[in-house]
Design a protein around this ligand. Sequence first.
Ligand SMILES: C[S@@+](CC[C@H](N)C(=O)[O-])C[C@H]1O[C@@H](n2cnc3c(N)ncnc32)[C@H](O)[C@@H]1O
Length: 267
Amino acid sequence: MSAGSCVGTAVDSAPVDRGGTSPAETWDAFFSDFYLSAYADEERQGEADAQALSAARLSRCPEEGELLDVPCGFGRHAVPLARAGYRVTGVDRSDSLLAEARRRAGTERWPKVVRADYRDLPFKDESFDAAVNLFSSIGYLGDEEDTRALVEIRRVLRPGARLVIETMHRDLLITRFHEQDWQLLGAGRLLLEQRTFDPAAGVAQVTQTLIDGAGQRESRSYSLRVYTATELLAMLAAAGYSKAQCHGDLDGTRFTSATRLVIVAER
Ligand SMILES: C[S@@+](CC[C@H](N)C(=O)[O-])C[C@H]1O[C@@H](n2cnc3c(N)ncnc32)[C@H](O)[C@@H]1O
C-alpha cells in the first residue's frame, strides 16, 4: 500500500490531554512495547550510529570520557558510543526500553544503563564529561519540569562540560505541519501519526496508530510541549548553563526554521 493511498482514512483515537503536556502515566504507556514496535527497527541502526558519533564530537567528550545519554531509550546511541570507546551511562525511566538497551549491549562493560527519571539523576555532582539528549527528548513535562531536568543534567556535568540537545522545534513543526502521515514499517505494518497543534500553549497533540499486517490497530495519544529555539535557550540560561549555540543538525550546519534544532550548551 502506498503512503498516499491512505491519506484521508479515519482512524479512531483516544482523547488527548489538551492544553498541557501529558501526565507520566501517558508517557509510560507510550514508551513501552508500543514504542519498540514502532521505532526499534534494526535497519535504521546505521543512521543512529552516525548521529551518536556526531553528537559525541559536538559534545567534545574526550576519548574514553564519561558520557551521559539522557534519556537513552532502547540504547540505539549508547551502544555505538560505548563501542567507540566512550564510558557511556544511559538513563531512562522506561523498563521495556531499558530491557532492549541491555539486550543490545550484551555482555560488554559499557554502556551502563540505569532506570531513573531525568529530574532526579542517581549520580554525584560533576560525574560526566558530556551529556547528550537526542531525538526530541525534551517537552514531555512542560516548561517548569523540563527546566528542572536541565538543571539536574547540569548538576552532574563537570565544569565546562557540554550538553548536546537534538530536537524538533516549533518553527519546523509549523513550517512542515501535516495533520497526518503514514509510514511503512517492516513486515507490512503501518504507523499512522495524526497531529493537532495548540499555538497558544505551544503543545502538539499526537495520536500514533500501529496497524499490523492483519489490520489489527493499537493507538497511543499524547500531548507534547514543542519549544522554539528562543524558549529552549531561555530555559538553558535559567538552568544555569553559561553558553549555548544553535545548529541545524549534529554536523553543525546552520540553524533555520526549516532544520531540526541542535543546541550545544556549556555548563
Ligand atoms: C523519543 S525517546 C528518545 C530516546 C533516545 N534518546 C533515542 O534517540 O532513541 C524519549 C525517551 O525519553 C524517556 N523519558 C520520557 N520522560 C522521561 C523522564 N521523565 N525521565 C527519564 N526518561 C524519560 C522515554 O522513556 C523515552 O525513552
